[in-house]
Design a protein around this ligand. Structure first.
Ligand code: PEP
Ligand code: MN
Length: 264
């Protein structure tokens, strides 16, 4: 198996410009759930850059539960995201849902994100496996660790072994939180796989006030980083406002994490 733990060696993913995920590095990826407009994404990038964040997230193609909800700005959103990132020398991560969009998205993203709902979209996995840019593979919300690793295997078999896993919470009977953040997945993945794993406490909890405590916990269990939703004004966000941190909160998170771990 390509993503298994071979000779105990761990994979370090090179994002370029000396940004690496895995190994001794701890990465913080942050940005809005969705790119909404130029001002929103520029303000967010500017602020995150000041905090030392090097990778900007932002959804352009949004897999919304309801077809009537905001679906994202598509390629217009990707361009806004890329421009904002470029101004501050940041890298871009964004979700692609349709294999037909991979080619056109290539110039705008540094990391392709495969969302939870597409973790077992095997044709998408195979196409992304042919690309020479890193992939963030989120855990399916009802996927076992084995199924998740097999999904990564689909990507790796096509040639792309630069895969970062992301625990983003699973469905359980508990509905106080949006999902149940399964932090046991982190040491399990470390045991079974050579791939780095980061944690998404935003989707993992669905609640802003739980994001900082679960980020601390992610560090404690040995995660390689975090991906955090941030919005200049969460109450006005077009998606996932309840779980998005404002600028004061992300600053607090980064300061707290910095005090226990060296971040990039
Ligand atoms: C996201 O990170 O934008 C997202 C939609 O997350 P998930 O696929 O984990 O639901
Ligand atoms: Mn979101």
């Amino acid at each position: 198996k390509k993503v298994g733990k071979i000779n105990n060696s761990k994979k370090v993913i090179d994002i370029g410009d000396n940004i690496k995920i895995g190994g001794d590095n701890f990465v913080i990826i942050a940005g809005p759930c969705a790119v909404e407009n130029e001002e929103q994404v520029n303000k967010t990038a500017e602020y995150l850059n000041k905090l030392g964040v090097k990778i900007l997230r932002g959804g352009a193609f949004k897999p919304r539960t309801s077809p009537y909800s905001f679906q994202g700005l598509g390629f217009k959103g990707l361009k806004l995201l890329k421009n904002a990132a470029k101004s501050y020398n940041m890298k871009v991560i964004s979700e692609i849902m349709d294999p037909r969009d991979i080619e056109n998205a290539y110039e705008y993203v540094d990391i392709f994100q495969i969302g939870s709902r597409n973790m077992q979209n095997f044709s998408l996995l195979k196409e992304i496996g042919k690309v020479d840019k890193p992939v963030l593979l989120k855990r399916g919300m009802a996927a076992t660790v084995e199924e998740w690793l097999m999904a990564a295997e689909y990507i790796a078999l096509e040639g792309n072994e630069n895969i970062i896993l992301c625990e983003r919470g699973i469905r359980t009977f508990e509905n106080y939180t949006r999902n149940t953040l399964d932090l046991t997945a982190v040491p399990i993945i470390k045991d079974l796989s050579c791939l780095p794993i980061i944690v998404d406490p935003s989707h993992g909890t669905g609640r802003r006030n739980l994001v900082i405590p679960m980020s601390r916990a992610a560090v404690a269990v040995g995660a390689d980083g975090l991906i955090i939703e941030v919005h200049p004004n969460p109450s006005e966000a077009l998606s996932d406002g309840e779980q998005s941190l404002d600028f004061v909160e992300i600053k607090k998170l980064i300061h707290e994490i910095n005090s226990i771990k060296t971040c990039i």
